[in-house]
Design a protein around this ligand. Sequence first.
Ligand code: ATP
Ligand code: MG
Length: 435
Amino acid sequence: MQGKVKHANKCFVLFIKGTAKKVAFDRFLTRTFLCSFRKERIKFMKEIILCKYGEIALKGLNKSSFESMMTKSVKRRLKSCGQFSVSKAQSTLYVEPLDDESDVDMAVEKLSKIFGIVKLCRCCVLEKDMDEILTKSLDYIEDEMETARTFKVDAKRSDKKFPFKSPEICIEMGGKILERFPHLKVDVHDPDVVVTVEIRETNAYVHAGSIEGAGGIPVGSSGKAMLLLSGGIDSPVAGYMMAKRGAIISAIHFEAPPYTSDRAKMKVEKLAKIITAYCGDINFFCVPFTEIQELLRDNCPEELFTILMRRLMMEIAQRICEKEDIQALVTGESLGQVASQTMYAMVCTDAACRMPVFRPCVGLDKSEIVEIARKIDTFDTSILPYEDCCTVFTPKHPKTRPNLADVEAAQNAFDWEPYIRKAIEGTKPYLIRNA
Ligand code: ATP
Ligand code: MG
């Protein structure tokens, strides 16, 4: 697309083939339009994505193992974006497209979901020469400067041999920007755009705005966890939160056909697929749970149905974990959200567990969980109205204060062992891949 963009009265006026079109002020829209214009103009300019580390930078002697886990994730995710080189220096990953075909927009999108990276800067790469910096970089940042009203310049000079000090770089660059974009004003407190000039080991890098990274620590740095994944809002969020703290996530889902449908299972697989953007590939276990649920219905006190069902789910999940060398369980429970999530109920559930049960949503309100679900794109799928095995045979009056001795007595009154084994035998894992 050929054209020019002007910013006027909260609108963008696009001049396309001589016809002016007004476009409402919207950052996303702006970016989309600007990207195509930018592509034309900076065709001959070298671009790079600088990925800045978060906590990894503080890891001391362990830093390199964290770095290599993150680099692995980065390389894997970039495979679908074209050819990129990935190198590291000064607590930064340098991600550089190797040809014109490589999709830098898509790479930025993928990298923004990789744990361990707190900030992404899409920059132009320049010689460490003040004249080159002052001229070429202005072409690169033109779109952001045209649409901004105020700006400031930030300079970072890690190469102390560069002949200009940071304040001098800011003054020179600020002057050039004002000359070329006379509508702009300097605002050092709350600027629309921060232009950053980084003088590093081999090159100078300039950008006009960074992108927030996913934060956290690299997946793989904290062991393996099994996520009990339902089709609801909470458990995908719980999986995302544990991956953010470095856990490799596998997922287990209990299905109860014909009470639960194929579409319900497909919804859960879709949720797993969505969170692979953050967690990486997920090993998925789908457990046939109908027989155990029917036996529970026919053989146990109704008010203890849910708690006993949860204990049996935990038993099956942890046996699979033991086989797969997975160290912990993860659920989407939040304290007090429903009868099975009171502290009394959690005590009874955990008494059936030999491994830690992590509940990263435990202290979050539903609205806070929803906010994360929207951010990671699982919300719209989670609210599709398909049944879950937990809602099959739900008692009218579940016990909110179950007594552990009563629960254990009720469970021990029946020999579950053959049914647990049968359920595990009927569970065939498969990999849900990050697209
Ligand atoms: P969610 O929104 O995650 O479904 P919920 O608020 O509906 O949670 P429950 O249905 O009580 O709560 O389930 C609590 C937790 O138990 C879920 O977060 C999930 O970790 C696990 N769970 C529930 N149903 C299943 C299932 N069918 N398969 C695997 N895990 C499940
Ligand atoms: Mg649920």
